[in-house]
Design a binder for this molecule. Structure first.
Ligand SMILES: Cc1cc2nc3c(=O)[nH]c(=O)nc-3n(C[C@H](O)[C@H](O)[C@H](O)COP(=O)(O)O)c2cc1C
Length: 187
């Protein structure tokens, strides 16, 4: 059987589903914003670094560039509607906390707020900002990381209790099975 050949530009959908994350940031006066981000990966363990691909035209990029701080909030499936809203509207025009009803909470080490409805929070400080095609690749150092009580089992998400929001492409979302498997190691 032959493979389905697709145009190159939607290559990114072949890498889905991936975590749909809500990244929070704020301006110098403390006015905060939320951007939906799926292009975000760990890039180093020691030091703990993440890399996020963000469009330079995003209002959030300007805020992150100005303050050097952001928080990654992992979203549960239950807030897919709010996540889509934060990915389709700009903080230049609207107050996303007010319009989504999401609750800001105080972070431990940085100025942008955490989102109380989210499962886990990674507080980050910008280390590098690299040109990457039509996006910027922002590398952040993770200063603090914590999860909602009861969401982890032995340090991993407890999928009987947590349903992470996963992006399937375009405006479609999905989540995990309520189980996880550990396949046998290769011999
Ligand atoms: C599911 C989803 C995932 C997205 N992922 C990214 C991403 O990884 N990087 C990015 O720059 N924009 C991404 N976007 C687009 C931004 O979230 C969108 O442009 C947003 O309105 C920018 O808001 P802001 O202007 O308030 O920063 C995504 C949008 C959606 C709906």
């Amino acid at each position: 059987m032959s493979n389905e050949r697709i145009p190159v530009s939607p290559f990114r959908y072949l890498l889905c589903p991936s975590n749909a994350l809500l990244v929070t940031c704020c301006d110098a006066e403390g006015r905060s914003n939320i951007i939906t981000i799926t292009w975000l990966i760990p890039v180093s363990i020691r030091p703990p670094l993440v890399g996020m691909s963000i469009g330079p035209t995003r209002h959030s990029y300007r805020l992150i560039q100005a303050t050097g701080e952001f928080v990654i909030n992992t979203a549960p499936y239950q807030i897919s509607q709010q996540a889509l809203f934060c990915g389709l509207r700009s903080g230049r025009d609207v107050d996303k906390f007010a319009l989504t009803g999401l609750t800001p909470g105080e972070a431990l080490r940085v100025h942008p707020p955490i989102i109380e409805e989210c499962t886990a929070h990674l507080e980050c400080r910008v280390l590098r900002d690299i040109e990457a095609g039509d996006h910027r690749f922002v590398i952040g150092e993770v200063l603090a990381a914590y999860a909602r009580p009861g969401s982890l089992a032995d340090g991993l998400y407890d999928l009987s209790r947590i349903h992470p929001l996963l992006h399937l492409g375009r405006n479609r979302f999905t989540s995990t099975l309520s189980e996880s498997v550990e396949p046998p190691l290769p011999t």
